[in-house]
Design a protein around this ligand. Structure first.
Ligand code: SF4
Length: 346
């Protein structure tokens, strides 16, 4: 198995607009609890936030974007869309940022709105797709269809926007088979990048009531990691970047009252990578026919902790599975990010 990892990221200044422009509440969603933002942002709030983030910009990141997240951007009233875009565009004019990005629902991508935003320096549009399975879309009360997503991605690509797709695993009505078919459908549409979120039960969301009544059972952590890993490998094989796996850790999510149940982990992406590295190590050990009880596994220095797994979990699994006395992990600059080398411990 060959897996290429991508580390080039723009510097993103997030501006949260929780539930702004949402036509209804999707069952799994409570943006106010995820983002901690509860009121509408004034012009001053927006500017203060941008200025605060710009102070942290790492000199190595050459691309900077202002991003409007947490709502349905193009579902907002026209004057509000224009107000926020004009505010952000000022920073592009003065060259302190490069471009704007926002997240919106697929059913907001129409000619009228695209005409309205074309005068602004928007480079990236993220679509809240979540699933391409009509049964899942209907169970989660999304209110749009897979055909809306198809049309939206095609239109945005024709206009040369960078297109992102957000997908969720563990949604009501979903199964591993439906999820995989959904991901294949998305891969076929060739977006530029993907975010994958496991469904968690957020306090104050409609899903919380379903969970309490026993009408919704979240995925276990193991199931979520395995399903996200399968999506990761599928999109990688299609050369589609995965820019995030799991919710962004925040004080708000960690305080114990925001997430009622479900596979939340502050390092969810790390768990997925660790499982991928474990699979790679197992595959190599099995095919290398090493006759030894002590092995070394070399990996690019950036991947050593992924190979070890959280609290050395992978090392323990390998010892148990193959009866090794010791498994030494060695950093090796000569190896690419997607390579491991298993050998006898000398
Ligand atoms: S998922 Fe998107 S459209 Fe649905 S309620 Fe949340 S922010 Fe609004």
């Amino acid at each position: 198995m060959t897996v290429k990892f991508n580390s080039q990221k723009p510097f993103i200044i997030p501006i949260f607009i929780p539930h702004a422009g949402c036509p209804q509440r999707c069952v799994f969603c409570n943006q106010s609890s995820i983002t901690g933002v509860r009121s509408k942002l004034s012009q001053k709030d927006v500017r203060d936030q941008i200025e605060a983030f710009l102070k942290f910009k790492n000199a190595r990141r050459n691309k900077v974007q202002i991003a409007f997240f947490g709502g349905n951007f193009l579902g907002m009233p026209e004057d509000e869309i224009q107000r926020l875009l004009a505010e952000a565009a000022e920073y592009v004019k003065t060259r302190r940022i490069n471009s704007i990005r926002f997240s919106t629902r697929p059913d907001t991508i129409d000619r009228k709105r695209l005409d309205m935003i074309k005068i602004f320096p928007v480079a990236t549009i993220e679509l809240g797709v979540q699933s391409m399975d009509e049964r899942v879309l209907s169970a989660t009360k999304r209110g749009h269809s897979a055909a809306d997503t198809e049309k939206a991605i095609q239109r945005l690509k024709e206009l040369n926007y960078e297109v992102g797709v957000q997908l969720m695993v563990g949604l009501p009505g979903d199964t591993p088979e439906r999820l995989m078919a959904s991901a294949q459908h998305v891969a076929h549409l060739k977006p530029d990048f993907i975010r994958i979120y496991p469904t968690v039960v957020l306090a104050g969301s409609p899903l919380a009531a379903w969970y309490r009544k026993g009408d919704y059972v979240p995925l276990s952590m193991e199931e979520a990691v395995s399903q996200v890993k399968n999506l990761y490998l599928l999109f990688k094989s299609e050369n589609i970047r995965i820019i995030r796996m799991g919710l962004q850790a925040s004080e708000n999510l960690e305080n114990g009252s925001t997430i009622i149940a479900g596979p939340y982990h502050s390092a969810f992406g790390h768990l997925v990578y660790s499982e991928i590295f474990l699979d790679m190590a197992v595959e190599q050990i099995e095919s290398s026919a090493l006759n030894t009880d002590s092995i070394s596994i070399r990996a690019n220095p950036g991947n050593v902790s992924k190979l070890r797994g959280l609290r050395n979990r992978n090392i323990e699994i390998l010892k148990k599975k193959f009866g090794f006395e010791s498994v030494a992990v060695r950093p090796d600059d000569a190896l690419a990010e997607d390579q491991l080398k298993v050998g006898r411990l000398t």
